[in-house]
Every structure is written in C-alpha cells, then in structure tokens.
Design a protein around this ligand. Structure first.
Ligand code: HEC
Length: 123
C-alpha cells in the first residue's frame, strides 16, 4: 500500500465529512452558504434528511434521479409536492423527518429532487 496516497485520501475524507457537518440544516435560518457554488442549494438538506429513503427507495419512496418514477409526481406540480413534503403523504413522514427545516429549506430540497429527475435528452 502506498502510504502517502493513503494519507491524502484520509485527509480528503476528513474534509468531506466536516463540510457535511457544517452544511446541515441546523443553521437556524442564518446566512446561507454555497448558493453561488456549483452545488444545488437543496442538496445539503437532501443529503442529510431525504437521502436515507430516497436513494434506496425505501417504502416505495421515489428514487432520486429516477425519471420514470418522478414524472407522474412532477406532473402534480411543485406546490403539491411541497405540500406532501411539509404535511407528509402515506409512508412519507412530515417534513421528511427534518423538523428543524423551514418550508424554504424543504422547498429547495424538493427543487433539487425535481432537478435530478429531469431527462437530459429532452427540453
Ligand atoms: C422515512 C423515509 C422518507 C424520508 C426520510 C423522506 N421521504 Fe420523501 N417519500 C417517502 C415515501 C415512502 C414517499 C412515497 C409516498 C407515497 O407516494 O405514498 C415519498 C415521497 C416524496 C415526494 C413525492 C410526494 C408526492 O406528492 O408525490 C417528495 C416531493 C418527497 N418525498 C420529498 C422528500 C424530501 C424533500 C425529504 C427530505 C426533507 C424526504 N422526502 C424524506 C419517504 C421518505
């Protein structure tokens, strides 16, 4: 095993995990970071709260990036999707379990999920 390479990888992992901690939705509505960067403003909330069900598709959760699963849901309109997120829907828990999230945080997370489900060949 090449030791310097391993050490560099460990440093990168450390950096990644600490940046996740600081971009959580426990900021309490203070200043927002990262909006001008390449990553979507809803991505941090998604990765912290929605990921656990929407990546594997637990309990029938529509999986992130699955265009076919999201098409009929997106067709309902953003307002309804946000309402299901805030209030819960069948096996989708209210607020996606992010009780510290504002409606704006949840709205951005829904935007992120919608953006991930766009077929790149169309539009
Ligand atoms: C405990 C698992 C779980 C978590 C955590 C979770 N979801 Fe879901 N979500 C579901 C399930 C299950 C459904 C499908 C519900 C149905 O159609 O009956 C769903 C559906 C949705 C839908 C589609 C709603 C509709 O009207 O069709 C949206 C939007 C959504 N989730 C957003 C989110 C967001 C945003 C988060 C994080 C803040 C989140 N979810 C976290 C399980 C989860």
């Amino acid at each position: 095993m090449n030791k310097p390479v391993f050490r560099r990888m460990a440093a990168v992992l450390l950096l990644l995990s600490s940046s996740l901690v600081f971009t959580g939705c426990s900021e309490g509505g203070g200043t927002r970071v990262g909006q001008s960067g390449p990553s979507h403003p809803g991505k941090a909330v998604y990765n912290d709260y929605c990921y656990s069900c929407h990546n594997p598709g637990i309990n029938g959760a529509p999986r992130i990036g699955d265009v076919d699963e999201w098409r009929p849901r997106i067709a309902k309109g953003k307002a309804l999707l946000l309402a299901s997120t805030v209030n819960g829907l069948a096996r989708m828990p209210a607020k996606g379990l992010c009780y510290s999230c504002t409606d704006e945080d949840l709205s951005q997370a829904v935007d992120y999920m919608i953006a991930q489900a766009q077929p790149f060949s169309e539009q």
